[in-house]
Design a protein. Structure first.
Lengths: 306, 306
């Protein structure tokens, strides 16, 4: 069954891999080379779908210095259309909606084939920034321009830990038409379990079926990558930081930790009866980290097929 | 090897069961009946030792209403001497030091046989209370009166979560003569792992061997017991609360959660090379909860003998 159908009927149990499009400076032949190499690497995974991030300069969100400098990347929609033509499964294209005018978004929504493309709409990074389009407007536009298109939103377990109301936000987004959710990278399993648990019981209370939640996992090959994860807003428990810092092989240690966490979360979601997907990404562009992320996806995929 | 030797040489891997002495009103024959019934129940567990709590009225610590009313209990030292004569393994007797004068503590320390008794010294429940003896003074007294006596302290992962310095407190207590630590009931595994990890690496940095940390586990048969755990200062993650609230059998669900957490923590401590013990208690005095705590101790014991 296609991941589009799985999300539409709320059955979950799918595997995604997330890509950040190449830098804008790589447009053209170089972007095509990167796309071809990436697809060759991912083919053995039998993924249910790709996730394509839309990178915004989040300096407004976080005043701390960014551990890796911000580099503008290709528009994920353009990268999909121009360079990933040989990808036959569906793709979930992120839209940082504040970057686009209503007209741009409307045109893009209208042009998408529901069977091949889904989208995740992400609001502005900060209250101070001046978005061209708000998240609520973008969601309404998508319904108007292409009511069949499956639209997802972000779910942030870290915010739940601090405010205890992320499940209420998810329910509100769902009432406004959002059909699935994707988390940022999960390192704190208790935060993820708290969110999915509160969401599950609140959904049951309202009599609405739970929408699939896609949990994102990644590996971390260096303290610099860890610092970047924290900069992005990921809560990394102290013991995990210590484990990674003192490991003989940080990357291998992070792979084992991520696999253990994913395994635990899969069992937990199945037990609760909440539909879920797993998304794997490489936060770093180092080749060894990408290859370890592929290994993680492969191992998680075996669990999903059980 | 006796648990006294295991603590003295820092080798860990022991199993304890904690008891709250009977109410003061049960002194005499009733206390003896309770002691005999308890020892009969615990005999099949092949415990390495007993823990005997010294209950103080902690109203000063927590202004919220106590879910179960405070009942004065027998002095654990008296309960051990008077009613647990048939217990042949060592016992760890708690001393809420603020309740006793220096003279009382000195006399008690001096009278203890190191091979049979260890103690855990607990400071006053609140800064507002007026302790008869301070924790630092009690520790100094124990060294003076009976230098061979093994003295432990409390370790609070919840405090580490909030202040990030509990490992520094443990190192300071250790420098003052504390030979082992006992936690309160563990429900938040990340808090426990954070503490043991920070403690392990800080010990290595100072070149001091890590002292055994005893992790306490319990079961929870009702939302009232859960409320009491929270009142005592135990952090119970939301998802665990939800699981217990919605379980067909709360007690059985809590048993499974505690066993999973203990199993995870045992593997973690072994991997880190930190000596540890496991302590099981029944927070409630309901018979079914006590029996489930015994079952938990039995299962954990099998893991420790592996």
């Amino acid at each position: 069954m296609s991941v589009v159908d799985r999300i539409a009927n709320g059955s979950g149990e799918f595997l995604l891999f997330a890509l950040t499009p190449p830098r804008s400076t790589s447009a053209g032949d170089r972007a095509q080379e990167i796309a071809d190499a990436t697809l060759a690497r991912l083919r053995p995974l039998h993924l249910d779908g790709l996730v394509l991030y839309d990178i915004a300069d989040e300096a407004a969100r976080n005043p701390a210095e960014r551990p890796f400098p911000f580099m503008p990347t290709l528009d994920p929609a353009a990268f999909l259309a121009d360079n990933l033509a040989s990808w036959s499964a569906p793709a979930i294209v992120y839209r940082a909606v504040g970057k686009y005018s209503s007209a741009e978004l409307r045109t893009w929504f209208a042009a998408q084939d529901r069977a091949r493309v889904m989208t995740v709409l992400v609001g502005a990074a900060s209250r101070d920034s001046r978005p061209k389009t708000s998240l609520a407007d973008a969601l309404a536009l998508s319904r108007e321009a292409n009511p069949d298109l499956l639209v997802g939103g972000v779910a942030i377990p870290e915010r739940h830990r601090r405010r205890d109301d992320e499940h209420v936000r998810l329910l509100a987004k769902q009432a406004a038409g959002t059909r699935f959710f994707v988390t940022q990278v999960v390192y704190d399993i208790n935060a993820a379990k708290d969110l999915v648990s509160d969401y599950r019981y609140a959904s049951a209370e309202r009599g609405t079926p739970a929408a699939p939640i896609v949990f994102t996992f990644s590996v971390c090959g260096s303290m610099r990558t860890l610092e970047f994860l924290r900069w992005l807003g990921v809560d990394v428990p102290r013991w995990i930081e210590n484990d990674l810092r003192h490991a003989a092989d940080t990357l291998e240690a992070s792979y084992r930790l991520a696999l253990t966490t994913a395994t635990d979360l899969i069992a937990y979601c199945r037990r609760l009866g909440v539909p879920f997907g797993i998304n794997v990404e490489s936060v770093s562009i180092r080749r060894v980290e990408i290859e370890m992320a592929v290994r993680l996806a492969q191992q998680v995929g075996e669990q999903l097929r059980r």
